[in-house]
Design a protein around this ligand. Structure first.
Ligand SMILES: Nc1ncnc2c1ncn2[C@@H]1O[C@H](COP(=O)(O)OP(=O)(O)OP(=O)(O)O)[C@@H](O)[C@H]1O
Length: 590
């Protein structure tokens, strides 16, 4: 039971911090909504008594009083729903911001971890509405308790049995409701991976990125069938549960109705016998029925709280501090003669989370400052992984990486980011303006048009920008009005320019961002890149040898290990793996 409510105080805190005045407003209006119906019931009795006594003046007086109360109740009910909407809107925004804020602090491994992704989806799904629901229900419970005590006090004047019957008859229905809401929660949580599949299929079927392939390969009906199959399964499960819940709700509400009519009959007979006035009978009936509703609503709110707490456990699990990365602490490796400035991979090994195989193993590489290095290897050899480790997107599973003699793990995140400029092969295409697409490379200089201009020049994107109607201020991509879609190669030049925004960076990494360029254009880009990075450390990955041979030094990676290294010429003389790959390409096989 305790665990059913453990998130309630946190949720209340969340709502209160989001809208303190609104929360107090909900509290005050809820109390009014509880007290006014009691007053109306009592006034009703006085009206009937005055009518029976044939006293017109008193009747008028009470009728007008009741009118006043009813008007006040209508006002407070409206105000309550208005305040709730306002508080809900504020809270929805605040929680979504908190969820996204958390997302910005996540590591790459979290986004690639399906379990964590599930948690994020679950948190986003209902999180913004549940905390408000908790507070609404808490106040609803308060309102019901006040009403219940009021009606019970009114009823006690006639019969203690009536009060007991009132309370007992509502319990089974509530227990059933609680059970069904727990089952609904379990069902939705359990099928959350399937829900993500559903969302993904929806995405593939409805976005421009996939539209070409979906049409040309005729995937529409196949994907739609998959979508429909999962959707139909969900539909069946949901309707089954709803039907069962409705059946039990009906049966158990009949129990409450029977109790009500039992009491009604007994009080009516007392009135016939003259032991109860007509006013008392009216009051008794109103008190019984409303009391029964208040009690049911109390228990309903209680069940609802249990349900909200279950859903909120998803939100709080997501927002909870993350477990530290499961890797060895900096290893007490004997100090090696490292270059004063430069990068040192010291016996580095890495396994992706949840994978058995090593993506990289026993990598020992020293890259002195200002050297240009090329990584060569077949698909899946581990080249990108090498870059991900160097940029600390992942941390080595074993060994360590030193930058200027200091373990990467000990570097301050922002210092490290400032020093490294990277373009990955799957770089992002932001649906923003050209200036923003470039400027995002150094967020503090987003507005600095001169710096953006310099980066555009270095990235070789001048012609691209010149072809845009509104120049740098042209929105790119097709998502928003007036957006201009670029070709793959043009996007790559924009992404290159983005990397050059970091003017302070002394390590530049290009992970095959030029695949969409023709061989000549790629060569030109790398020549320029080499020129611009003469006094910097540069690392490039390319499958094209004319580009690769420009580097001072080449590493050949195979199955996660460095198998050869040296200059282009030295590697050719060696006549090993590199020479083999080179001759294949020279003959036009690669
Ligand atoms: N996010 C990931 N999660 C699990 N395994 C991964 C992940 N990314 C890569 N791998 C695996 O790690 C190995 C090395 O991949 P990596 O991307 O480093 O290769 P690469 O040499 O850059 O290949 P390519 O030339 O195709 O870009 C591959 O076996 C790949 O399947």
């Amino acid at each position: 039971m305790r665990s059913s409510f453990e998130h309630t105080p946190k949720a209340l805190g969340l709502v209160f911090r989001s809208s303190p005045v609104g929360t107090l407003g909900i509290g005050a209006l809820t109390v009014m909504n509880a007290v006014l119906p009691l007053a109306i019931a009592y006034v009703g009795k006085r009206i009937v008594d005055a009518v029976v006594a044939r006293d017109a003046q008193v009747t008028w007086h009470w009728v007008l009083t009741e009118l006043g109360f009813v008007a006040a109740l209508a006002g407070s009910t409206q105000a309550l729903s208005l305040v709730r909407r306002i508080v809900g809107a504020r809270l929805g925004l605040d929680i979504n911001v908190a969820i996204l804020e958390k997302a910005t602090t996540l590591e790459l491994r979290h986004f690639e971890d399906p379990e964590f992704y599930d948690r994020l989806t679950k948190a986003r799904r209902e999180a913004s509405s549940r905390p408000l629901s908790v507070i609404t229900r808490a106040f609803q419970m308060l309102q019901s308790v006040i009403s219940l005590f009021g009606y019970a006090a009114l009823l006690l004047r006639f019969s203690g049995w009536a009060v007991a019957a009132l309370l007992l008859a509502a319990i089974p229905a509530t227990v059933a409701e609680m059970r069904f809401s727990t089952q609904a929660f379990r069902l939705r949580n359990w099928r959350s991976p399937e829900s993500r599949k559903l969302m993904y299929l929806e995405y593939v079927l409805s976005n421009d990125e996939h539209a070409k392939e979906v049409k040309l390969f005729g995937l529409g009906s196949h994907l739609l069938t998959r979508y429909r199959d999962i959707g139909e399964l969900f539909y069946r499960e949901d309707t089954d549960l709803s039907k069962r819940a409705a059946k039990w709700a009906y049966l158990l509400s009949m129990l409450a109705t029977l109790t009500f009519y039992g009491c009604y009959a007994s009080m009516a007979l007392s009135a016939v016998r003259g032991t109860l006035t007509l006013g008392d009978l009216t009051l008794g009936m109103v008190a019984f029925r409303q009391g029964q509703q208040a009690f049911q609503s109390l228990l309903g709110a209680f069940g609802g709280m249990v349900e909200d707490n279950l859903y909120m456990s998803n939100l709080f699990a997501y927002l909870a501090p993350l477990s530290p990365v499961n890797v060895s602490a900096p290893m007490p490796v004997p100090a090696l003669p490292v270059a004063e400035r430069g990068i040192h991979f010291d016996n580095v090994g890495f396994r992706y989370p949840g994978r058995e195989e090593w993506a990289l193993r026993h990598v020992n590489v020293v890259i002195p400052a200002r050297q240009s290095l090329a990584l060569v290897g077949q698909n899946g050899a581990g080249k990108t992984t090498f870059i991900k480790l160097l940029t600390r997107l992942y941390q080595p599973t074993e060994g360590r990486i030193l930058l200027d003699g200091k373990d990467l793990r000990e570097w301050d995140e922002s210092d490290l980011r400032r020093r490294i400029g990277v373009v990955f092969q799957d770089f992002a295409q932001y649906q923003f303006t050209a200036r923003e697409n470039v400027g995002l490379g150094s967020i503090d200089d987003l507005e600095d048009v001169d710096q953006v201009g310099r980066a555009v020049h270095k990235g070789g994107a001048e012609a691209v920008v010149a072809s845009l109607k509104q120049g740098l201020e042209t929105p790119l991509g097709r998502w928003f009005a007036d957006g201009v879609e670029l070709s793959g190669g043009q996007w790559q030049k924009i992404a290159l320019a983005r990397a050059f925004m970091r003017e302070g960076a002394d390590i530049l990494v290009l992970d095959e961002p030029t695949a969409a360029l023709d061989a000549e254009a790629e060569h030109a880009v790398f020549e320029r890149f080499r020129e611009l990075t003469r006094d910097k450390t540069s690392i490039l990955i390319s499958h094209r040898f004319p580009t690769v041979r420009m580097a001072d030094r080449i590493l050949v990676i195979e199955h996660g290990q460095v198998v050869e290294e040296g200059t282009h010429e030295a590697l050719l003389v060696r006549n090993g793996r590199y020479a083999h790959l080179f001759s294949l390409q020279a003959q036009g096989y690669l």
